[in-house]
Write a protein that binds this ligand. Structure first.
Ligand SMILES: CCOCCOc1ccc(-c2cn(C[C@@H]3NC[C@@H](O)[C@H]3O)nn2)cc1
Length: 448
């Protein structure tokens, strides 16, 4: 038996997102988001699933908070649906939508749970996408208007703020690969989206400072850690490109005020350029207070000129995989956190980490041992990272409950709590009780 003791002020939490859990898509004055549109486009989402009902957390959030209290978390990461606040994107404020989140945040605080808010977790008002989306400065200005409404409403109640969740997914997964909403498949569009969201991030941080909003603000990139298949420079360079597109492409502008030149040059070869306007980089590099890091898996990559715009191919190395097909390899989290130190020993929270394990109910229980094993491995690496002196301040498991997993619909389950999507009955899995014990003890026991 090995015991890993965590720091006494370490934050333990779980994470969700508005479109994935709320449902009530046509209630409370909510407007249409790009995910409502994308999910209704034939062939985009498995089984034609959508977020119309999801986990019905819009109506069941008090039940969800009871589960959080039972779990013992002190931090809960969630997102606000922009289309509930300003339904057409940049017009009138929908007070009914704002009041829903006021009730929710007050209930979290009443339960002694710290709200950890993501302003944008992918549900862009469709009206803005129709007018060019993140590549149009109208959307940038609309985001700042939306953010300022939330800042003013929740200053003093919320102390942890994230502008964007997984900017690589927003820009490249959704606009170069076309796998997520809005489904574009164009490199220049993706680069325009990435730049637009970065300018929006910077302007929102400037507003946050100007308005004197309480707490700390940052952004939550998702990690792509990759190690070379061989010692060849070509394989290492392929890994460098993959890692940098998820991380450096966004964090270099924020922390250094410029894009990583080797990738700018790489994209120029492909005929794509960054639409930088005067003053943009100064705006983007407005200092932030924290980083959220989302880690799921890592790859062994090699150079392959046929492997997409980055010419970086991830190989199947025969590792154990989760049910969504991602290799279970916690070592990448440790390696990435040391890679991240090039931006300084900044305050970091793991804002997403978890396993897609599709175990179902058996005799009223869900024996998701594979999820427990995944968490054991990753929390052991978290302890190792802290022990190395890295400022890792907290951990939020993805996810509190099974939910709408984007293009995979409801077939892929990441939750510590099982959701029956017909009855909406929530059932804590064995991993819930395992995590409950880790939180209660504030230590991890690795079984022999
Ligand atoms: C076949 C080619 O494939 C290219 C990569 O395609 C993907 C798809 C999906 C992801 C992905 C999904 N998640 C989990 C979510 N994070 C945010 C939260 O909302 C979770 O639901 N993280 N990354 C990455 C890459």
């Amino acid at each position: 038996m090995t015991i890993f003791q965590f720091p006494k002020d370490f934050r333990w939490g779980t994470a969700t997102a508005s479109y994935q859990i709320e449902g009530a898509a046509q209630e409370g004055g909510r407007g249409v988001s790009i995910w409502d549109t994308f999910a209704r486009t034939p062939g985009k989402v498995f089984n034609g699933d959508n977020g119309d009902v999801a986990c019905d957390s819009y109506h069941r959030y008090e039940e969800d908070i009871e589960l959080m209290k039972k779990l013992g978390i002190n931090t809960y990461r969630f997102s606000i649906a922009w289309p509930r606040i300003i339904p057409d994107g940049d017009g009138e404020i929908n007070r009914e939508g704002l009041d829903f989140y006021v009730r929710f945040v007050d209930a979290l605080l009443e339960a002694g749970i710290e709200p950890f808010l993501t302003l944008y977790h992918w549900d862009l008002p469709q009206t803005l996408e129709d007018d060019g989306g993140w590549g149009n400065r109208r959307t940038v200005d609309a985001f700042v208007k939306y953010a300022e409404v939330i800042f003013k409403e929740f200053s003093g109640k919320i102390n942890f703020w994230l502008t964007f969740n997984e900017p690589w997914c927003i820009a490249f997964l959704s606009n170069m690969l076309g796998i997520h909403a809005p489904g574009n498949k164009d490199l220049q569009t993706a680069i325009n989206v990435a730049h637009g969201l970065l300018v929006a991030h910077g302007k929102a941080v400037q507003s946050f400072r100007r308005l004197g909003i309480t707490g700390q603000i940052g952004i939550a990139p998702n990690v792509c850690w990759a190690e070379p298949y061989s010692k060849s420079p070509e394989d290492q360079a392929a890994c460098d490109r993959s890692i940098a597109l998820n991380t450096d492409w966004f964090l270099d502008p924020i922390y250094k005020g410029s894009y990583p030149q080797f990738l700018v040059d790489w994209f120029a070869e492909a005929g794509a350029t960054v639409p930088i306007q005067d003053g943009d980089m100064e705006i983007i590099s407005e200092p932030i207070d924290l980083l959220g890091i989302n880690y799921y898996t890592m790859g062994i990559n090699r150079f392959n000129p046929e492997a997409g715009v980055l010419q970086s191919e991830e190989l199947n190395m025969g590792l154990i995989k989760t049910d969504i097909g991602w290799p279970v390899e916690s070592r990448g989290l440790y390696e990435f956190m040391h890679y991240l130190q090039k931006y300084g020993n900044v305050d970091v929270y793991i804002t997403e980490n978890g396993a897609c394990i599709n175990d179902d109910l058996e005799n009223g229980k869900i024996n998701d041992d594979r999820r427990i094993s995944y968490y054991e491995q990753h929390l052991a690496q978290i302890h190792r990272i802290i022990n190395d002196g890295i400022n890792l301040k907290g951990y939020m498991a993805w996810s509190l409950m099974d939910n709408f997993e984007w293009a995979e619909g409801y077939r892929m389950r990441f939750g510590l709590v099982h959701v029956d999507y017909r009855s909406l009955v929530r059932t804590p899995k064995e991993s819930f009780y395992w995590y409950q014990n880790v939180i209660k003890n504030n230590w991890l026991e690795i079984r022999n």
